[in-house]
Write a protein that binds this ligand. Sequence first.
Ligand code: 13P
Length: 365
Amino acid sequence: MNLQNLTGTAKALVADDKGLLAMDESNPTCNKRFAKLDIPQTMEARRSYREMIVTTPGLGECISGAILYDETIRQQKKDGTPFLKVLTDAGIIPGIKVDTGAKDLAAHPGEKITEGLDCLRDRLKEYAQMGARFAKWRAVIAIGGGIPSRSCIEANAHALARYATLCQEAGLVPIVEPEVLMDGGHTLERCGKITVEVLRTVFHQLNSQRVILEGMILKPNMVLPGLTCPLQEEVKEVAVGEQQYKVRLTDRKQDELEDVQEVADATVRCLLRAVPAAVPGIAFLSGGQSAELASARLNAMNVRFKLRLPWALAFSFARAIQQPALEIWQGKEAHVSAAQQALVHRARCNRAARRGGYNATMERI
Ligand code: 13P
């Protein structure tokens, strides 16, 4: 393991106010999203979609790294150029999702354990040889009546730590993603309490498995109220400092009136209580928030706390970057350019959010 390379890659992933693009949906997840838009659920459609993404002009100005799926890392553009080359030519570091999915945890109804440790050493070696420089593993923690259990949190944290050490042994930076899900009717406070417990357990396990904290990135959820509660408003104006944001809640049912500042405060408070200062960067998942809300919340965290925090606060969004582009693309060649504009727009909004410079006027362009 070359420590300098590891820490260099970890730093590069959060440098220059850029962030990660998670384009690592498994085939079933990608197909589900395609089905909603009547896009054929074929390998060729997935390849065309990923070609549209990786060839987006200007993407490398805002995106430091792209997380790929096993099928995608082996694919090429129509003209035969490997996606890995397209990305590296654009200055984007390629990464790879290496877990094999969240499965039911035995004897724990409603809870999941992420699998993929078997033969992981060999798979990591192959991906590193192909040119990947970082990897991702997602654990999911559901909130509900009597859950999460302590045993579910510990089992997932242990697997994350085993994965992370294997990554570092192979020279890959582990993205450690313990996602506390938004589904449910829980409050923001409950999400915060559980997120702190999960993160503390994860770091306990990372330390005991001898993970080098300087050579990893944490990918957590933001602290949010659950989704399944009455819709408050379709659109609301939110002030952060002197800036006004118009945030859309059309696709969200909120448990309680929450706003951008409240989420920013609760999220940073939680991270300060649980994440060691040696970690170079925290890159949030979007988790089903609307694209605008994800940008506004990341922006508020950076406006209010950036200068006081030991780690960079960045993004590693999938839906909050890709969804608008996917809805425009719809599998049609003629829509590629418009979809790419929507994609790079979201990437720019999120880069601006890292600087605390995102505002509602960016959405009117
Ligand atoms: P979302 O941003 O859509 O939550 O996806 C992030 C991710 O990588 C899930 O593993």
